[in-house]
Design a protein around this ligand. Structure first.
Ligand code: AMP
Length: 112
């Protein structure tokens, strides 16, 4: 089981801020910005490269949840960044697809 599956099953603690049957969102344990939330599908897709056509709906949903949480967390107007790290060069560390939502500070571009 991935660490994010364990969070969804309440086997390890996390600051969960939203959940439905398909996905869960919680604060990142090592935040890189004042707002740093992870939005995770309950179905385990290891990384974006492994997503299938049949995952189209959940992939779209993750972005709409990011939009809604950005509003809820007060960064809709100031701006925010949505990130998916896929594979070693991107710094992926948990092999369970997740969307990072980062905000409440100015974010440099290009990323490191
Ligand atoms: P990535 O590097 O894109 O795979 O992102 C994995 C993220 O998961 C990192 O930002 C970690 O800080 C975060 N993370 C790892 N373990 C936990 C946990 N138990 N609770 C919350 N966030 C976690």
């Amino acid at each position: 089981m991935t660490i994010f599956e364990k969070i969804a099953k309440r086997e390890i603690p996390a600051k969960i801020i939203w959940e439905d049957d398909d996905a869960i969102a919680f604060h990142d344990v090592n935040p890189q910005a004042p707002v740093h939330v992870l939005i995770v599908p309950k179905k385990v897709i290891p990384r974006l490269s492994d997503a299938k056509e049949s995952d189209r709906a959940i992939l779209g949903k993750l972005l709409l949840v990011a939009r809604d949480l950005a509003k809820k967390l007060g960064v809709e107007q100031s701006g925010y960044r949505v990130v998916i790290n896929s594979g070693p060069n991107a710094g992926e560390s948990v092999p369970h697809l997740h969307v990072h939502l980062l905000g409440k500070r100015a974010l440099a571009w290009p990323p490191g």
